[in-house]
Design a binder for this molecule. Structure first.
Ligand code: PLP
Length: 597
C-alpha cells in the first residue's frame, strides 16, 4: 500500500497521540492489509460479487483466532467457571479470568477487579444507571447527556429519572455534529450528578474531545461522575481509562472483533465497591440465608449467574489479535480509507454527506437525493456492498439533523481500497434511480380512492402476481421488479399523512387507508417513503384492493407471500414491518383465525 496520507496532530483521548504527533504527513506502512487474511468471512461473494463490508459500526467481523478460541473452548474446556474442582472447570476459569486480565491491560485499568463482564455496552450502561443511580441520584438532580447519544445511552438514564425524579438534560450539537462546548459547560451545575457521553458517535463518526469535556466536568460539576460509552472507539485506537480520568467506561466485544453477547463495564474500584448489586443470583453473593444475604466484592457482585464464558474467552482472543496491529498503523490505515470514502462520496452527484465533525472516526453518514436510505442500502447490497440505513438507534440525533435517517458506511482496520471502490461504484449506481416520481404532484381528489381491482377474484390476482414473480429467474430480479413497481406506485404519502397514522413496526414511514364498500369489498390506498416498500404495497394492493371481504377472509396472505419468495428478496426487518400492514388488513376483514404465521 505505502500511500501518503495527511494526518492531523494533537487532540487525542489519552495523550498517546494516535494521529501522529508531528501534525505532518506520515507514511502508511503495509503491515495492516495482511491482517485482512485472518477474517475468513470477508473472502466471499454476495450476489455474485466480492463482499465489501461497510457495517462495522454495527458489528465487526471475527478473525480466525477468535473463532478458534471459541471452538477450542467448546471442544476441550467447556465447563462452568469458578465453582468446580475438576480440570475442565479449572481450564474454563483460567481462560475466563485471563481474559479479564487482558481487558484490564487493554484499557490500562488499575486492576482486574475493575473489569465487570456484561452482555454488552447496553447492559453496562443499564448497570451503572440502576446501581450507581440507586446510590447517588435523587429528585431534582440532573443527568447530562448529549444529542449525539445512542439510545443505549439515553433510555437507561430516562428510566432512572422516572424512578427518582431526576431530570435528563441533553447538551446540544452544532450543525456539523460536534458538541457545542460552551453549551455543554453551561449545563454543568451543582445539580449534575452524572455526565454520560459517547467517545465516538456511531451515526456521524464524531470523536468527542473527551479530555476537554472531562476537565469541564471536573471544574464545574466536581460532584458528578463521568460515564463514557466507548462502543465505537475501542476498535480504532488505544484506550487508557486512567489517562482519560473518567469514572466508568463501557464497550462491547462484538464491535472489537470479538463475539456478540459480551461486554465490559470498567469502573473505578472505589465506586464499584460502594454500589449495590444489579442482578441477584449465583456467584454474586458472599452468604445467603433467609434472614439476610451479603454480597461478593466487585466484580463478582455484578456478575450474577453463569456468564457467557466462550464469549469472554473469545474477547480475550480478540485482544490477542489486536496485539498484532500497532495502533498508529491502524489509525493511519483507517484515516487513509476514510479520506477515500469521503472523497469518493463527495464525487457522486446527488450524494449529500450528513455531518462534518471536527474529528471523525471510521463512519460516514449520507443521503442520496430522491432515494430513501433503506432503498440505497438494499440496492448496493445487489453489488455486494453491506451498508446500514435508518436512524442508527439515534432518533434524537436524527431529529436534531432534520432527517428521518441516513445511509451509513463504517470501516475498520481490515477495510481495503478495493472495498471503497465497490462502495463508491455501488452508491453511484443508486443515483440513477433519482428519476423516481416521488416528487410528482399529490393527487388532488378530495377522497383518496382505493386501488382498482386488479383481477376478478383474490385467487386470480394472486395467480397473476405469482406468475410475474415466477418469471423472475432469481431473487435479485424479484427485488428489481419490486423497485420498478415502487416507482410507479401512486404518490399519496402527503395526503395519507393527513388522515392516517403511521403503520406501527415499520422502519419506513408507511401509511395505509383501508375502507369497506357497501358492496362488501375492501379498498386499499397506501404509500411509503421507501421505494422497495412502495413496491410491496403495490403487491398487497393488487392482491386485496377491490376484492370481496368474504373471499379475503378465507385467503392466506402470508402463505401467498412465502409462495412468491418474499423471504429471498426482503430482509427480516422489512418483513416484520410488513406484518403491521397485514394485521391492519386482518382487522378490517375480520381476523383469519388459525392461519399460521
Ligand atoms: N453505544 C453506541 C455508540 C453504539 O454504537 C452501540 C451499538 O451500536 C451501543 C451503544 C450498544 O451496543 P450493544 O448493542 O453492543 O450493547
Amino acid at each position: 500500500m505505502d500511500e501518503q496520507v495527511s494526518i492531523r496532530g494533537g487532540n487525542t483521548t489519552n495523550g498517546k497521540g494516535i494521529e501522529g504527533e508531528s501534525g505532518g504527513r506520515v507514511t502508511v506502512p503495509d503491515s495492516i492489509s495482511p491482517l485482512r487474511q485472518l477474517f475468513p468471512i470477508l473472502n466471499q461473494t454476495v450476489r455474485g460479487v466480492p463482499l465489501a463490508y461497510f457495517d462495522n459500526a454495527a458489528t465487526t467481523q471475527k478473525p480466525v483466532g477468535v473463532i478458534e478460541a471459541v471452538k477450542r473452548y467448546y471442544e476441550r474446556d467447556n465447563s462452568n467457571v469458578h465453582r468446580a474442582a475438576h480440570d475442565l472447570a479449572g481450564r474454563a476459569t483460567l481462560g475466563f479470568e485471563s481474559a479479564r486480565t487482558k481487558v484490564a491491560q487493554f484499557i490500562n485499568a488499575r486492576s482486574d477487579r475493575e473489569i465487570v463482564f456484561t452482555r454488552g455496552t447496553t447492559e453496562s450502561l443499564n448497570l451503572i444507571a440502576y446501581s450507581y443511580g440507586a446510590l447517588a441520584v435523587g429528585a431534582g438532580d440532573d443527568i447530562l447527556l448529549t444529542e449525539l447519544e445512542h439510545h443505549s445511552n439515553i433510555v437507561p438514564w430516562q428510566l432512572l429519572a422516572q424512578r427518582t425524579g431526576a431530570k435528563v438534560v441533553a447538551a446540544p450539537l452544532s450543525d456539523k455534529g460536534d458538541i457545542i462546548i460552551d453549551q455543554f459547560r453551561e449545563r454543568l451545575t451543582a445539580r449534575t450528578k452524572i455526565v454520560s457521553f459517547t467517545h465516538v458517535s456511531n451515526a456521524l463518526g464524531t470523536m468527542n474531545p473527551v479530555a476537554e469535556l472531562v476537565s469541564l466536568v471536573r471544574r464545574y460539576a466536581p460532584q458528578a461522575i463521568i460515564v463514557i460509552d466507548g462502543a465505537q472507539w475501542v476498535a480504532h485506537g488505544p484506550t487508557d481509562v486512567q489517562a482519560l480520568d473518567v469514572d466508568f467506561y463501557c464497550f462491547s466485544a462484538h464491535k472489537l472483533f470479538g463475539p456478540t453477547g459480551v461486554g465490559v463495564l470498567w469502573g473505578k474500584y472505589e465506586l464499584l465497591e460502594r454500589m449495590p448489586p444489579f442482578l441477584g443470583g449465583g456467584d454474586m453473593i458472599d452468604r445467603v440465608s433467609f434472614r439476610e444475604t451479603t454480597f461478593a466484592k466487585p466484580p463478582s457482585r455484578f456478575e450474577a449467574g453463569t456468564p457467557h464464558i466462550a464469549g469472554v474467552i473469545g474477547l480475550g482472543a480478540a485482544l490477542d489479535f489486536l496485539g498484532l496491529a500497532p495502533w498508529p498503523e491502524v489509525a493511519a490505515h483507517e484515516k487513509a480509507i476514510g479520506e477515500q470514502v469521503l472523497e469518493g462520496l463527495r464525487g457522486v452527484d446527488g450524494v449529500r454527506l450528513i455531518g462534518a465533525p471536527a474529528q471523525r472516526i471510521s463512519v460516514a453518514s449520507f443521503r442520496v437525493d430522491g432515494v430513501a436510505p433503506i432503498d440505497v442500502a438494499v440496492m448496493v447490497n445487489n453489488n455486494g456492498v453491506a451498508l446500514r440505513a435508518g436512524h442508527h438507534c439515534c432518533m434524537p440525533l436524527m431529529e436534531r439533523l432534520g432527517v428521518s435517517g441516513t445511509v451509513r458506511a463504517s470501516w475498520c482496520l481490515y477495510t481495503s481500497q478495493s472495498d471503497v471502490e465497490s462502495l463508491i461504484a455501488a452508491v453511484r449506481s443508486t443515483t440513477q434511480r433519482r428519476s423516481i416520481k416521488r416528487l410528482a404532484k399529490v393527487e388532488e381528489r378530495a377522497v383518496i380512492p382505493g386501488a382498482e381491482r386488479s383481477a376478478p377474484s383474490v385467487a386470480a390476482a394472486a395467480a397473476a402476481l405469482i406468475g410475474e414473480f415466477d418469471g423472475c429467474p432469481d431473487a435479485a430480479m424479484k427485488q428489481e421488479l419490486l423497485f420498478e413497481w415502487g416507482q410507479s406506485h401512486r404518490n399519496l404519502l402527503e395526503r395519507l399523512k393527513e388522515c392516517t397514522t403511521p403503520v406501527p413496526g415499520c422502519m419506513s414511514e408507511v401509511r395505509v387507508l383501508l375502507r369497506r364498500t357497501p358492496d362488501g369489498e375492501l379498498t386499499m390506498a397506501s404509500d411509503a417513503n421507501a421505494g422497495i416498500v412502495r413496491g410491496l404495497l403495490t403487491v398487497i394492493e393488487r392482491l386485496v384492493s377491490g376484492q370481496q371481504i368474504a373471499e379475503l377472509r378465507e385467503f392466506n396472505i402470508r402463505a401467498f407471500l412465502v409462495r412468491i419468495g418474499i423471504d429471498q428478496f426482503l430482509s427480516m426487518q422489512r418483513r416484520n414491518g410488513l406484518e403491521g400492514v397485514l394485521q391492519m388488513i386482518e382487522a378490517e376483514v375480520g381476523a383469519f383465525e388459525g392461519v399460521g404465521r
